[in-house]
Design a protein around this ligand. Structure first.
Ligand SMILES: [Zn+2]
Length: 271
């Protein structure tokens, strides 16, 4: 029996290996599709909670700015990563002036906190780097990867065995767990490898959408300076890969070929 479970798990694990856009292999217990599904379930519930507390999209100018920038990034993301074509991308501004954070769930469900806008005071180019970085975590399936780690530790691997996934009672349990993992995934730190990937993918997406690659360097400088009341949430969920600023700086020259602020930039409609 043990051997059978081990075999099933091995099959699941092998089936669950994918490769990121930068070529790293990922262990995937939660398939990217179920991550998208679980996020689609959790996101509206989170928004409802913030709306009830009067904390959702309160400043029309802030919301307009965030949506305009994000719409250009999403258009580029869909062009470069066609598997995201059918995602129902969304972005909101959560009114929490003390929270310096932003995130993107699997399936392109995003949020930025008013604290990031007010404390970091990002230029449009810098805000684009924030959102592009978040989008990159989602397109590179980092969220599903994070959920896999969560789910494995929460439920124990047995519940996730192939047999369990075909039994509707267990499937419901696994889905509930997945929904929980989807909300936890955005609260926990990404690995430094995932960070380096999101930095690399994000700076390119932003450049292609017409945002200055040099802003990636100044953004992280500002993030580090804002430490007054402790580490911003953004830095705890996005731990610094070694030499982040130097690595980004070194990427700038090769990104400049993508950067043409005067060119017309397509926008994603429907945010
Ligand atoms: Zn990150």
């Amino acid at each position: 029996m043990k051997a059978r479970i081990a075999a099933l798990l091995l099959g699941l694990v092998l089936a669950g290996c994918t490769t990121t856009p930068t070529g790293r292999s990922q262990l995937m217990l939660v398939s990217p599709d179920s991550a998208v599904q679980a996020s689609a379930e959790v996101y509206p519930k989170m928004l409802e909670k913030y709306a009830r507390a009067g904390k959702l999209d309160n400043d029309p100018a802030q919301v307009r700015r965030v949506k305009e920038i994000t719409a250009r990034l999403v258009a580029e993301a869909i062009r470069d990563y066609p598997h995201t074509r059918n995602w129902k991308w969304q972005v909101v501004v959560i009114d929490e002036p003390e929270t310096v954070n932003a995130w993107c769930m699997a399936g392109g469900k995003m949020a930025v906190y008013s604290g990031l806008l007010e404390k970091i005071r990002p230029t449009d180019d810098e805000l684009a780097q924030v959102m592009a970085h978040e989008i990159s975590h989602a397109v590179a399936n980092h969220v599903a990867e994070q959920m896999s780690i969560q789910l494995a530790s929460q439920l124990g691997l047995a519940v996730l065995s192939a047999t369990a996934l075909h039994d509707s009672r267990y499937r419901t349990a696994a889905l509930t767990g997945a929904a929980l993992a989807a909300s936890l995934a955005i609260e926990l730190p990404y690995s430094r490898k995932a960070e380096a990937e999101a930095d690399r993918i994000g700076i390119e997406l932003a450049a292609k959408a017409g945002y200055d690659p040099r802003a990636a360097v100044t953004l992280w400088q500002k993030m580090e300076q804002v430490g007054g009341n402790g580490t911003p949430e953004f830095l705890s969920t996005h731990p610094s890969p070694g030499n982040r600023q130097q690595t980004l700086k070194a990427l700038v020259p090769q990104m400049m070929k993508y950067y043409d602020p005067q060119a017309p930039h397509p926008v994603y409609r429907g945010l």
